[in-house]
Design a binder for this molecule. Structure first.
Ligand SMILES: Nc1ncnc2c1ncn2[C@@H]1O[C@H](COP(=O)(O)OP(=O)(O)O)[C@@H](O)[C@H]1O
Ligand SMILES: [Mg+2]
Length: 267
């Protein structure tokens, strides 16, 4: 079981007034979501979690080891990230080479690399496109390819920055299934999302960031029952809640249409 512990973390970009400040935060669950308005600091926190960016103060401890002292190879095996814009992490001539690239840096056997690449491409359904140029893929396919590059490394912790953005319905379902499977296999899966319907349907633990600070930690059921807090942090409630309120004047918490049905049946 992976644990992430953040202590007294402070970060500021040299060129902006924005300040990220997280005093104490533990992430122990296998599947968690970070929500928050644009500019709240979600992607900045992810950059700090990958070690790509160093904080000015404080520390991030992963499994009792400071992130700052991990070697680049250990960091690669510990934390992988799928960026919001998949193009930013694609730079090889073919889909197959793209997935093999990080593995080649780890000095694995060629046959092991080939098998691992095949498996990662099969998981995201891109096997038939392996000889294509990544830039000729559709946006959902690019995102799936970026996910395959991380699956090939199979880090302990997977970070997904806005994974649902630019996906069509079948690939949304596929990516959600992959994330849940990873969590079941005891990886830690952390997603940033704006999509409150997706969050409410698939996560039982969420954190809310606002102005660079964590303003809530708990279940979606609790968060959406606090309308003043969701308004203050600029987050909508799931659509089913909005509809129940507008149509029936019902202000209770409903996470999904199924949840609504359940709460209204047989009693
Ligand atoms: N590279 C950067 N240089 C300067 N300011 C940045 C940079 N990246 C983000 N910011 C600023 O930091 C704040 C938080 O951004 P970000 O972490 O991307 O928010 P979110 O992902 O929640 O939308 C914003 O005000 C943004 O303008
Ligand atoms: Mg962002």
């Amino acid at each position: 079981m992976t644990t992430i512990q953040i202590n007294h973390l402070k970060y500021q970009y040299p060129t902006s007034d924005f300040k990220l400040s997280i005093d104490q935060l533990s992430i122990n669950e296998n599947l968690v979501a970070f929500a928050g308005q644009n500019g709240a600091g979600k992607s900045t926190l992810f950059k700090l979690l990958t070690g790509l960016v160093r904080p000015q103060a404080g520390e991030i401890i992963i499994n009792h080891q400071g992130l700052a002292i991990l070697s680049p190879e250990d960091r690669l095996k510990t934390i992988g990230i799928v960026f919001q814009d998949p193009s930013s992490q694609l730079f090889n001539a073919t889909v197959e080479k793209e997935v093999a690239w990080s593995l080649l840096q780890t000095g694995l056997d060629a046959s092991v690399i080939a098998d691992t690449v095949d498996k990662a491409l099969a998981t995201v359904g891109l096997t038939d496109l392996k000889d294509k140029n990544p830039f000729d893929l559709s946006l959902p396919e690019k995102k799936l390819l970026a996910i395959a590059t991380v699956l090939a490394i199979n880090p302990q912790i997977y970070l997904f920055d806005e994974p649902m953005i630019s996906l069509d319905w079948p690939s949304r379902q596929l990516v959600t299934r992959i994330m849940k499977q990873l969590a079941k296999e005891k990886h830690q899966v952390i997603a940033i999302t704006h999509d409150m319907d997706w969050l409410a349907a698939n996560f039982s633990k969420m954190y809310v960031l606002s102005d660079g600070q964590v303003k809530f930690e708990g279940t979606p059921e609790t968060f959406f029952g606090l309308p003043a807090l969701s308004a203050k942090t600029g987050l909508l409630t799931p659509r089913i809640m909005q509809i129940a309120k507008e149509v029936f004047g019902d202000s209770r918490v409903y996470l999904t249409p199924e949840d609504y049905m359940k709460k209204h049946s047989g009693n």
